[in-house]
Design a protein around this ligand. Structure first.
Ligand code: ADP
Ligand code: ZN
Ligand code: ZN
Length: 809
């Protein structure tokens, strides 16, 4: 037998604060020879102790790339039989780490379902028997005890032994990725044998006879799920078990996919395209036939039938034997969008979104990875779906902020989509009625192709939008949040048996509690933010850190009982509506009513089935909904987003108002929109009323040009945070000082300054924003900052680098 040459593996290890972004070299021991490949997960030792961590093999080589004679550690365990990350994923991780200033390990992990991330456990064991009887007693049953499960008394007993070296800590790496196993049966006798067994039964054994009859109907070698067999025969599990014991059938455990999509969908046929839709589809198909990595902006007004365009384009690439990826914002992963795609493409569709359990996500991911799904529909992280024959990528509502991830790796799905479109030489479609300024500007410059849909599919005009000036109306408003005009319109629609959508830009009952005597405002003890009252849970909650406490009946400061609740929230409006319209059926949709899995879908299904007259909700009802009977959309407070300290506040307001207006009048009946505002003169609100994106785009571009903001400048945000303010501030000023030496005079630094909510969870935040066009030295400096930041991180000081941030608050 040939002696195998020793091989070496390059491994990125899961130790977040010890990253170099260079892999570590491990030796592949003889017993694992031939089993280790790039893209597999392994368990390796790390550091001096017995620490074990998960790692990703990024390369395998026959030579030891290290020249030093340092003794290499071996790979301890291989967690996969075949690579879970392919060459594309490994290359993408390299790019992503550099582009988003991230550690490679977080990039590799981001590409896999959460279930495949290792779970770590620590155990403790004795190194000697020379311990007190009490300690010996602890280890009488087991040699190793889980550290997390020790009682405080047990920990106290063990603490001194640690210094004496009488105990040691062991590290275990557990793979949480488990497939679901279910019971299957297979008959083990021939038909004549089964028949013979039946004649031997005693008279009363009716159920056994029934089982024998059933088994005869099964093909000899075919396994069927026992659950299905039970359902078919009406026999219980005990009878099947007895049958197995008698040798009539064999039971085994087989793998089954968890099916997240419980509802049956009826298959639909493609609609014939309207002329504009046909032109757009034609352009996309041509790019995919030519194998062009072309990005297109598909700018189509609300209700213009973008979804139908997507479905036709997907169908085209499927017919070529290629695969398609459709990204939608988390919030619009409603049954409406998903079931449309499912209805058209059936079993070929896999779904990935946060409504699924880790197990369900893992199963969907495996269906994709095994090539069983050709179309993937999902939210942000679905952009990493392993599709080797990718022929088309679509991002619906491309302007949505939820496409940007807030944690490392801080990627924007659009950037990853562009990378993959180039890798696969396939088109990318960015669809929106209100494109981000960046995308729209690139379309104008010809960097992206530009496709337009300017008519509604139903041939109707966009709904008429009116502004209600709340500065005047507040005087006569029957309740704080609803003007006379809006109330009259709601009443009229309800009388006509039509439905109403009301949007409020805030959740909870009321924003804050304030003492009417002394002005004391109840604030979160951990954050610089006032607490929000929630009636359903009878508590005051912090929306930043989750702190929760009782609703005060007396002022904590002056002991007065005159506490007032100010501001507004969905719960409060619901109560007001019930008073004003006692017979109206109201559904409320916000973070609080949709916390439970499936709640979101349920509310929309009820509304679609006309079991309610009014759908009252937060931003989450602004997008993607298509209910033909909705003829009135009311916006209760258009202004809240305007006041935010963020240069995109105006853009967001315009987008939100335009999107929500688009929910009205989507079928045969004409729609109407009423927007209550305290700023009727503001250009974002005025142009949203006219639904004039093009004029808004020109005005906002001028504002950005004057201020030196994107898309004219690139931005990078750096944030420092620490548990005392001075340290966080000192660090950000130090970084600002270094940046001044690195940057050219054309670049600008905004700040440093405390973040607008400075303290969250007892950490203080400082930030600065770099605005630049072209900077030769910046990139290297930031990569350097990322690497050295780990030393600080170990001391608790966090430095975050965010390319093209979308959140400044
Ligand atoms: P958008 O996403 O652009 O706002 P949708 O894709 O939701 O618009 O389409 C709006 C409505 O028009 C939907 O009810 C859809 O079924 C309908 N529709 C779209 N395309 C066609 C078509 N070619 N023929 C008939 N109806 C269509
Ligand atoms: Zn808090
Ligand atoms: Zn008081």
């Amino acid at each position: 037998m040939d002696e195998m040459k020793t091989q070496y593996a390059q491994v990125i290890v899961d130790v977040a604060t010890m990253q170099t972004n260079q892999p570590y070299t491990y030796v592949i021991p003889p017993e694992l020879a031939g089993q280790v490949e790039a893209g597999m997960r392994v368990v390796v030792g790390f550091g001096r102790g017995k620490r074990r961590v998960q790692g990703f093999v990024v390369a395998v080589s026959a030579e030891n790339p290290l020249t030093s004679s340092a003794k290499l550690k071996p790979i301890l365990e291989v967690q996969d039989l075949r690579p879970v990350l392919n060459q594309e994923a490994l290359q993408m991780a390299d790019w992503l780490a550099r582009y988003t200033y991230a550690f490679k390990i977080t990039c590799l992990q981001a590409m896999l379902p959460a279930a495949m991330k290792a779970a770590y456990t620590k155990t403790v064991s004795l190194t000697t028997s020379e311990v007190t009887p009490a300690v010996r007693e602890m280890f009488a049953q087991k040699d190793e005890l889980a550290l997390a499960k020790l009682s405080p008394e047990q920990k106290k007993l063990l603490a001194p032994l640690s210094k004496q070296g009488k105990i040691e800590i062991n590290y275990h790496v557990k793979d949480r990725a488990k497939s679901k196993l279910v019971l299957a049966i297979k008959r083990s006798l021939s038909e004549t044998e089964l028949q013979a067994a039946k004649t031997k039964l005693r008279k009363g054994a009716k159920k056994q006879a029934q089982l024998l009859d059933y088994l005869q109907t099964l093909p000899l070698d075919k396994e069927v799920f026992q659950a299905n067999a039970q359902a078919k025969t009406g026999l219980g599990a005990a009878i099947f078990k007895a049958g197995a014991e008698k040798g009539w059938l064999k039971q085994s455990k087989v793998e089954s996919y968890r099916n997240p999509y419980k509802q049956e969908v009826v298959k639909t046929e493609a609609k014939s395209l309207l002329p504009q839709q046909a032109q757009v589809v034609q352009a996309i198909n041509q790019a995919s036939d030519e194998g062009k990595a072309q990005t297109f902006l598909l700018q189509g007004i609300t209700g213009s039938g973008k979804t139908e365009v997507y479905l036709h384009a997907i169908s085209h690439v499927l017919a070529q034997g290629k695969q398609a990826l459709l990204l939608v914002p988390e919030i619009s992963l409603t049954p409406q969008m998903v079931s449309q795609v499912k209805a058209r493409f059936g079993k070929e569709v896999a779904m990935l979104h946060s409504g699924l359990s880790d197990g369900e996500k893992y199963d969907e991911w495996r269906r994709i990875e095994r090539g069983e799904a050709q179309v993937v529909v999902g939210a942000r992280s679905a952009i990493f779906a392993p599709l080797p024959k990718l022929g088309l990528i679509i991002m619906d509502e491309e302007h949505e902020a939820s496409y940007k991830q807030d944690d490392m790796p801080r990627y924007h799905a659009r950037d990853v989509a562009i990378w993959r479109s180039e890798y696969h030489a396939c088109p990318l479609i960015l669809g929106s009625a209100t494109p981000s300024l960046e995308t729209r500007a690139r379309a104008q410059k010809g960097v992206y192709g530009w496709l337009k849909l300017t008519h509604r599919a139903n041939g109707k005009a966009l709904p008429a939008v009116s502004l209600i000036d709340m500065k005047k109306e507040i005087m006569t408003a029957p309740v704080q949040d609803i003007s006379q005009v809006l109330l009259a319109a709601i009443k009229q629609k309800l009388a006509q048996k039509e439905q109403v959508v009301l949007m409020l830009n805030r959740r909870g009952y009321s924003s804050f509690a304030m003492c009417r005597e002394c002005g004391f405002v109840l604030k979160c003890p951990n954050c610089d933010i006032s607490l929000t009252m929630h009636l359903d849970s009878h508590s005051m909650r912090c929306h930043y850190c989750g702190h929760e406490q009782g609703i005060p009946s007396v002022c904590p400061s002056c002991h007065s009982k005159r506490i007032g609740y100010y501001g507004t929230g969905t719960e409060k409006v619901e109560t007001e509506l019930k008073e004003l319209l006692p017979t109206a059926r109201i559904l409320r949709m916000d973070v609080d009513t949709t916390r439970k899995k499936g709640a979101h879908e349920k509310i929309l299904r009820q509304f679609g089935a006309r079991k309610a007259d009014i759908l009252l909700g937060t931003q989450m009802i602004a997008k993607g909904l298509d209910f033909p009977n909705v003829t009135l959309v009311g916006v209760l407070n258009a202004d809240t987003a305007l006041e935010l300290p963020d240069f995109r506040a105006s853009e967001r307001t315009f987008q939100l108002l335009t999107q929500v207006s688009g929910r009205a009048g989507r079928a045969q009946k004409q729609g109407e929109v009423l927007i209550q505002t305290f700023n009727p003169e503001n250009y974002a609100i005025k142009l949203a009323q006219k639904q004039d994106y093009e004029r808004y785009f020109r005005m906002e571009m001028a504002v950005r040009h004057r201020g030196g903001y994107p898309p004219y400048f690139y931005t990078i945000k750096i944030t420092t945070s620490y548990r005392d303010e001075a340290t966080a501030a000192k660090k950000i000023f130090q970084i600002a000082g270094q940046l001044k030496q690195v940057l050219s005079p054309t670049a600008q630094i905004l700040g440093p300054s405390p973040r607008s909510v400075m303290r969250v969870n007892n950490r203080y935040y400082y930030q600065l924003v770099i605005k630049y066009k072209r900077e030769s030295l910046l990139e290297d400096y930031l990569q350097h900052l990322l690497l050295i930041s780990q030393k600080e991180e170990r001391q608790g000081l966090r430095i975050v680098i965010d390319r093209e941030p979308i959140n400044f608050i």
